[in-house]
Design a protein around this ligand. Structure first.
Ligand code: GDP
Ligand code: MG
Length: 310
C-alpha cells in the first residue's frame, strides 16, 4: 500500500501538476498519512507537512475594512503595530507548531473587508475552521457587519457536510467576536452588552474587546479561539518558544535545554512562521469547498438548499 490516504484536506495537493481524478472522494491527499508521523529529527517547517488533518486548521479573519484585522494578525505573529493603514487584498500566513510531540499547522486568512465578490467571502467561510470577526467599538456599521457575518457563517456551515474534526461538530463553529480599538473609549458607540447579546445567541461563540494598538487582549482573543476550536493553548504566543523554521526539536540550544527530561521535552512547545508561504489557489479552495458541501446521503429536498458557490 502506498503512503497516501484519502482525506478532506487538499491544501497540499497541487492541481497544476496532478492528473485529474474521476471522483473527488478518490483524490489522494499527501498532507498526512499514518506512515508520515512527525519525527523530532525533522526541521519544524517540514513537520507542518506531516501534521494530522485535525491539527491543520484555517483561521479566517473577517470584518469591515479599517477595523484592525491586519493589526490583530500582526500583533499575534510578530507583536508589531503599525499606525499607518495599508489596504489588504488578502493575506495568507502559516504558523507551524510542535506541541507535546505533535505537529500542528495554523493557516491565517486575513481578508480585505470589502468583498466585491460575495462568492469569495462564501468561499472563505466554507474553507475556514475558526473565525475571528472584528469590528471597531467606534463604528456601528462595522458591528452590524459582524452581526451579518455571524448569521452567514451559521447558515453556510450548517449546510456543509464536514466540519473538520468530529469533536468540533458537536459544539458548533468556533467564533470569537473581537471589539477592537477599545483604546478609543471616548469615541465608543458600541456597548459591550450589545456584542455579548449577539454572541450568546450562538453556540461556541465568544466576545472580547481588544486593542491592537495598546496590545490589550490580543493574545486572549487568539487563546479563546484555540480553546473553542479544541486546539492546544500553547499555540498562543506566550506559551511556546519562537524558533527558526529549520529548528530541529531536541537539538542543543543556547538556553541549554539539552539536559531536559523526556517529559519536559515532550511538553516543550515551539512554533515558527512559515516563510514565503503561498496562499492555496482558489481552485484548491474550491475543491475543498466542494468536498465540504457535498453530502453523501443528500436528499432531494436538500439539493436546492445546498451551499453553492455562485
Ligand atoms: N486606535 C487604534 N487604532 C487601530 C487599532 N488597530 C488598528 N488600528 C488602526 O486602524 C487602521 C486600520 O487597521 P488595519 O489593521 O489595517 O485594518 P483592516 O483593514 O481591518 O485590516 C490602521 O491605521 C491601524 O493603525 C487599535 O486597536 N486602536
Ligand atoms: Mg487589513
Amino acid at each position: 500500500m502506498g503512503s497516501f490516504i484519502f482525506c478532506r484536506r487538499l491544501w497540499r495537493w497541487n492541481p497544476e501538476r496532478a492528473e485529474p481524478f474521476e471522483n473527488e472522494e478518490q483524490r489522494p491527499c499527501s498532507c498526512w498519512s499514518p506512515e508520515m508521523t512527525p519525527s523530532t529529527k525533522m526541521a519544524l517547517i517540514e513537520q507542518g507537512d506531516t501534521a494530522a488533518p485535525e491539527n491543520c486548521q484555517r483561521l479566517v479573519i473577517l470584518g469591515s475594512s479599517k477595523v484592525g484585522k491586519t493589526s490583530l494578525v500582526s500583533r499575534f505573529l510578530n507583536n508589531k503595530f503599525d499606525d499607518g493603514y495599508t489596504p489588504t487584498i488578502e493575506d495568507f500566513h502559516r504558523k507551524i507548531y510542535r506541541i507535546k510531540g505533535e505537529a500542528y499547522r495554523l493557516d491565517i486568512l486575513d481578508t480585505s473587508g470589502n468583498h466585491p465578490f460575495p462568492a469569495m467571502r462564501r468561499l472563505s467561510i466554507i474553507t475556514g475552521d475558526l473565525f475571528l470577526l472584528v469590528y471597531s467599538i467606534d463604528n456601528r456599521e462595522s458591528f452590524e457587519e459582524v452581526e451579518r457575518l455571524c448569521q452567514q457563517i451559521q447558515e453556510c456551515k450548517t449546510q456543509c457536510r464536514t466540519q473538520t474534526g468530529e469533536r468540533r461538530r458537536k459544539f458548533g463553529i468556533p467564533i470569537v467576536v473581537v471589539g477592537n480599538k477599545c483604546d478609543r473609549e471616548k469615541s465608543r458607540v458600541i456597548d459591550p452588552s450589545e456584542a455579548l447579546h449577539l454572541t450568546e445567541v450562538y453556540e461556541n461563540c465568544q466576545f472580547i474587546e481588544a486593542s491592537a494598538k495598546k496590545n490589550i487582549n490580543i493574545e486572549e482573543s487568539f487563546t479563546r479561539i484555540f480553546d473553542l476550536g479544541n486546539l492546544p493553548l500553547e499555540m498562543s504566543p506566550s506559551l511556546h518558544r519562537k524558533v527558526h523554521p529549520f529548528y530541529v526539536s531536541g537539538s542543543s540550544s543556547p538556553t541549554g535545554r539539552r539536559g531536559m527530561s523526556i517529559r519536559r521535552k515532550m511538553s516543550d512547545a515551539c512554533g515558527t512562521i512559515a516563510p514565503n508561504v503561498r496562499r492555496p489557489s482558489i481552485r484548491t479552495d474550491l475543491m475543498v469547498a466542494q468536498m465540504r458541501t457535498k453530502t453523501s446521503a443528500i436528499s432531494k429536498a436538500d439539493v436546492k438548499d445546498k451551499c453553492v458557490i455562485q
